[in-house]
Design a protein. Structure first.
Length: 466
C-alpha cells in the first residue's frame, strides 16, 4: 500500500480531478463548467466527426482491425453467393433428389443464422454509438467494469458466421452429390435419404451453444446472467418496473418473433428418427415442419404472440408507474399486433387477416414516425421548406430526438422547436437523471439566459451528481 500510494487519503480526489479535467478538454465539454458526471454525460452526447475518430493522428476507420472486418464481410458474401450457385447446379441422380427432404433441416440452420445476425446487429449498433460518443453503457445501466464492446460482438458474430457457412455448405454438397457414406434403414424415404444429413445441423447447433456459453475474460458469466435476468424481467412483466434496458429487450424480442418460431421445428427435426420417414417429409410439405399438427396450431401462435404480450404488459406497468397516457397508446399498438397473431391462428379468411394486418401496420407506422422518431407537422413543414431554400438553424450543441438541448428558445427566436416531450429538464425529471438537467443549465449559462429565468427553474430538478 505504501509503494502504490493507495494509503494517501487524497489520491482518489486528485484522480477524480484529473479525469474531470480530461473530460472538459473534449470538444463537447469545452468551456463547460460542470461536475464530472455532467461532463461525462455531455461527452457521451457529442457528435462524431465525418472523418472518423482520431487517435494519435490516425483515423480508427483505417485501422487494421477495420480492414480485417470488412475483408471478412466481403468473404462471407462471396461464400454465400457460392453456396447459392451450388444449390442451383444440377445434382447427382436427379430421380432420387427430393427438395422437401433437402429443406427439412433448414429450420435449424435458420436458428443459428438468426443468432449470428443478432450479434452482427448488436455489434453494429454499439459501434455506431461509440463512433458518435453515445454512452450506451450509461443509458442501459451496464456494469462499468464490463468490457464487452463492438469488437467482441463482431468476433462472436464472425465465428458463428464462419461455422454456418462451413456446415451449411457441407450439407448442400453432401446431399446433392453424396460424398460421404450413407446411413440408411429399410424404412427410408428413398435411396438418397441418409441419417448422416442430421449430423451437419446438429453439430452446428451444439457449436452455437458452446460458443455462446464458453467462459470468457471479457464477457464474464455475471454479465451473461445479467442479460438472462433482463430477459426474465421482460417475460415476467408487469411484476417488475420497466427500465430502459428492459424496454429495449422487449422490442428486440418482438423483432425476433419469427426466428423464435423456428425453435419447435428445429427440436422436432433433431429428435425425429433419421433417415426421415415418408410421413414426416409429407408433413413438412403440408405445414413447413416435421412436427405434429399441434405444433402448428398451438405452440407456434403462442411463441409468435408472447413477445407482443410482454411489451403490452410492460406498457401497462409504465402507465401505472408514470400515469403518462402515451404508454396507453403504445399498449394499443402491441394489442393490434397481438390481435394479428390471434386472427391468423384462428381463421383462414383472407379479408379478416388483411384488414387486421393493415390496421396494425398503419397504427405501428404512425406511432413510430410521430412518437419514436419525433416527426410531426412542424418537422414536415421544415423539411418542405428546406427543399426550396436553405434553412439556417442555430444549433450550438448536439440534440437528441424529442429533446431541446440547444438552449432557450429566446436565445434564437428563429430556431425551430422540436415536436415532442418538452424541455430537457422535464425529461430528466421523468427518467430520474438530474445530471442531464445540470448539463442543460450549464448550456443555458453559456447561451446568455437571464439569471432570474434560471433561478425560477432551479428548484424543478436537483443538480446533484449521478
Amino acid at each position: 500500500i505504501e509503494r502504490s500510494r493507495l494509503g494517501e487519503p487524497t489520491i482518489f480526489e486528485r484522480l477524480s480531478s484529473d479525469i474531470h479535467a480530461a473530460f472538459l478538454q473534449s470538444k463537447p465539454c469545452r468551456g463547460l463548467n460542470a461536475s464530472l458526471e455532467v461532463a461525462r454525460l455531455a461527452a457521451g452526447l457529442g457528435v462524431h466527426s465525418p472523418g472518423g475518430l482520431r487517435h494519435g493522428g490516425r483515423s480508427w476507420t483505417n485501422s487494421h482491425g477495420e480492414r480485417l472486418l470488412f475483408f471478412f464481410l466481403g468473404s462471407c458474401m462471396s461464400l454465400f453467393v457460392a453456396i447459392m450457385i451450388l444449390i442451383l447446379l444440377p445434382c447427382k441422380s436427379p430421380k432420387t433428389f427430393s427438395t422437401a427432404y433437402f429443406m427439412t433441416s433448414f429450420c435449424v440452420f435458420r436458428v443459428v443464422l438468426s443468432v449470428a445476425l443478432t450479434f452482427w446487429g448488436i455489434g453494429a449498433v454499439a459501434r455506431v454509438c461509440d463512433d458518435n460518443h453515445i454512452n450506451y453503457a450509461f443509458l442501459l445501466g451496464i456494469d462499468p467494469r464490463c468490457r464487452v464492446g463492438p469488437n467482441f460482438l463482431f468476433v462472436v458474430a464472425s465465428l458463428l458466421s464462419a461455422l454456418w457457412i462451413v456446415f451449411f455448405g457441407m450439407y448442400v454438397i453432401d446431399y446433392k452429390w453424396m460424398f460421404l457414406p450413407k446411413w440408411q434403414t429399410k424404412s427410408m424415404f428413398n435411396k438418397r435419404a441418409s441419417g448422416m444429413y442430421v449430423i451437419y445441423p446438429l453439430t452446428l447447433l451444439m457449436l452455437l451453444i458452446l460458443v455462446v456459453s464458453w467462459p470468457s475474460s471479457t464477457c464474464r458469466n455475471r454479465y451473461k446472467r445479467a442479460v438472462l435476468g433482463c430477459i426474465g424481467r421482460t417475460c415476467l412483466a408487469p411484476l417488475y418496473s420497466v427500465s430502459f434496458a428492459d424496454n429495449l429487450v422487449g422490442d428486440v424480442l418482438t423483432s425476433l418473433a419469427k426466428p423464435l418460431q423456428e425453435l419447435p421445428g428445429s427440436l422436432c427435426y433433431i429428435t425425429r428418427h433419421h433417415p426421415l420417414h415418408r410421413d414426416a417429409v409429407e408433413r413438412f410439405v403440408v405445414q413447413g415442419s416435421v412436427c405434429h399438427h399441434w405444433e402448428q396450431t398451438v405452440l407456434s401462435p403462442i411463441i409468435a404472440g408472447a413477445p407482443f404480450l410482454f411489451r403490452l404488459l410492460q406498457c401497462a406497468r409504465r402507465f401505472v408507474d408514470t400515469r403518462d397516457t402515451r404508454h396507453l397508446w403504445n399498449l394499443g399498438k402491441y394489442s393490434a399486433s397481438l390481435l394479428v397473431v390471434v386472427v391468423t391462428s384462428l381463421t383462414t379468411s383472407t379479408t379478416a387477416i388483411v384488414s387486421i394486418s393493415a390496421v396494425a401496420t398503419v397504427y405501428a407506422a404512425i406511432w413510430d414516425i410521430c412518437l419514436d422518431w419525433g416527426i410531426g407537422f412542424q418537422e414536415l413543414a421544415l423539411l418542405a421548406g428546406s427543399l426550396g431554400e436553405e434553412v439556417n438553424v442555430d444549433v450550438p450543441w448536439p440534440r437528441a430526438p424529442n429533446l431541446d438541448m440547444s438552449g432557450p428558445s429566446g436565445a434564437n427566436p428563429d430556431r425551430p422547436k422540436l415536436h415532442g416531450e418538452g424541455p430537457l429538464e422535464d425529461h430528466a425529471a421523468h427518467y430520474g437523471a438530474p445530471a442531464v438537467a445540470e448539463w442543460t443549465s450549464s448550456q443555458r449559462q453559456l447561451s446568455g439566459e437571464p439569471a432570474r429565468a434560471r433561478k425560477a427553474e432551479e428548484p424543478t430538478v436537483s443538480s446533484a451528481g449521478l
